[in-house]
Design a protein around this ligand. Structure first.
Ligand code: ZN
Length: 508
């Protein structure tokens, strides 16, 4: 099978998969730091020139693209960009080259990077019910860029995924093995630096709300729609937000107030709205554009089916030890037993078809105690080895396997303290030796949920529609996504958004 174009082309033209060892998220400091402007001088308080701001934004944008990736069809992205560009030309910084993208994030979110890079998540799009909502949210983000809002770093950063792999043996072993590996495994639990736990102030939110509403109004979109977007976000947060401290959605970086939606409605009343020129003329045209959008977890970057990890785009599968907890993070797939006495990480260690070259490179950094010759793991060229490191007086053994497939060399790393090495080594080895080319039958097991539309019948309720359509969303979630209530009786003919479980389709 040939390689799919799932891989992202980086600015320098190298093709790198979504998770790779080369990204050191933890050490990147660029981000939403746009620096407040000093009016009149055009320079920020920190003396950052616009040129520097754009350069910083570009770097962060490359990181967002690589670590999160984009979502939605080319048509949908072009649609979002068309709306964004119409708004941006009314901002006080209309000379910036704005970019608009749909980002592959299941939570509802939108964010802006310095220099004019603006993103809306697929999770937020799925909640929207008309173009005016989209326009006001994009306008809000443009407002942050226009006003050069700086973000305030929160004192405490929370991990992105619910697996504290940094703790104990994992982080220690990984950081000693090589700086790149260390930061990759460390980064496995982190948000991309571009989203590094930063938030605007309430005052900045208010300013961005107003600016966004102004831009939307001039272009003929209803500025009051910002309020309905906020309502949708609030309803979603109430429904989904509880119990998961790792969730990152809009209000984490854009703090809200109880009166925000009311204020937005009141402010909208004061604006004069230009002639209507919507691209999607009504609700049904708008939600029609969302048809097919992935909702919930995306399978594009691989999925766990129990202890098996299947990657439908890179076309491989590997089985982790039974009973271990695992996570699929942007830079690595990681797993560990409940007692945290070991760590397994699967990463991309290099490009090419020669696992020996990668093993030799590793050996030059950490001497290998044992190294196999060139062998095969399920018909794929491979090299295995063992290394020992001492970290904080603790002796840690590493099992390594490098496996070449389709132009990438994968690294399976198992780490355990000396006292647990003999019991864990067979598990590490078995894990590495389970790595294989994805089978057709396995590909057929990979599913994800897509936003689909069903036409409501006269007098139907959401529960009825959920039952007949097989919606994976509960009626409560459908109510939020469709901006109605669970009790609503539909008049018939409405396009109702549902979430449908469908077999994963690889990129054409
Ligand atoms: Zn904001």
């Amino acid at each position: 099978m040939r390689r799919k174009d799932f891989n992202r082309t980086r600015p320098e033209g190298r093709v790198v998969p979504r998770w790779t060892v080369t990204l050191a998220f933890a050490t990147l400091s660029v981000g939403l730091v746009a620096c407040a402007a000093n009016p009149g001088t055009g320079r920020s308080r920190r003396g950052m020139s616009e040129e520097d701001e754009i350069a910083q934004g570009r770097q962060a944008a490359a990181e967002v693209e690589q670590s999160m990736g984009f979502a939605g069809s080319a048509e949908l992205n072009a649609y979002v960009a068309r709306i964004g560009q119409r708004l941006a030309k009314h901002s006080s910084r209309s000379h910036l080259e704005y970019e608009f993208h749909v980002v592959d994030m299941k939570e509802p979110n939108a964010f802006a990077l310095p220099g004019g890079y603006i993103y809306v998540s697929r999770g937020l799009l799925a909640l929207m019910n008309n173009e005016d909502e989209l326009a006001t949210v994009l306008g809000h983000e443009i407002g942050h860029v226009a006003a050069r809002h700086s973000v305030q770093r929160q004192a405490k950063s929370r991990p992105w995924i619910p697996l504290q792999i940094l703790a104990g043996i994992g982080g220690a072993a990984a950081s000693v093995v090589s700086p790149a590996l260390g930061s990759a495994v460390a980064g496995a639990g982190q948000l991309p630096a571009a989203l590094a736990m930063a938030s605007y102030s309430r005052k900045q939110e208010e300013e961005a709300d107003r600016l966004g509403q102004q831009y939307a109004a001039v272009e003929g979109w209803d500025p009051a729609a910002l309020a309905s977007s906020m309502d949708a976000l609030t309803r979603e947060q109430q429904l989904e937000g509880g119990g998961d401290p790792y969730r990152r959605s809009f209000f984490d970086s854009h703090p809200t107030t109880p009166d925000r939606a009311r204020d937005a409605r009141a402010y909208a009343e004061t604006l004069s709205v230009g002639p209507t020129d919507r691209i999607a003329i009504d609700r049904s045209a708008f939600v029609g554009r969302l048809d097919g959008l992935v909702v919930g977890e995306s399978a594009r970057a691989g999925v766990f089916l129990d202890r098996r990890f299947l990657h439908p785009e890179l076309e491989f599968a590997m089985s982790f030890p039974a009973g271990w907890e695992h996570a699929n993070a942007p830079t690595a797939v990681v797993a560990r037993p409940e007692d945290e006495s070991a760590l397994l990480a699967l990463q991309v260690a290099g490009e090419g078809d020669d696992p020996m070259a990668v093993a030799t490179q590793f050996d030059s950094e950490i001497p290998l105690l044992e190294r196999s010759g060139l062998e095969e793991i399920n018909q794929l060229p491979a090299v295995t080895g063992v290394a020992r490191i001492v970290d904080r007086r603790q002796e840690i053994y590493l099992f390594l396997a490098w496996i070449a497939k389709d132009g990438l060399v994968y690294q399976v790393l198992g780490a355990a303290p000396a006292s647990r090495w003999s019991s864990h080594r067979p598990r590490f080895e078995a894990t590495a030796r389970s790595f294989h080319q994805l089978l057709e039958a396995e590909l057929r097991e990979v599913h994800e949920n897509h936003l689909r539309l069903v036409e409501a019948g006269r007098g139907e309720t959401l529960s009825k529609i959920a039952a007949r359509s097989g919606s994976q969303w509960s009626p409560a979630k459908m109510a939020v996504a469709n901006d109605i209530t669970v009790q609503s009786k539909l008049s018939g003919g409405e396009s109702i958004k549902i979430s449908k479980r469908e077999r994963y389709q690889t990129a054409p």
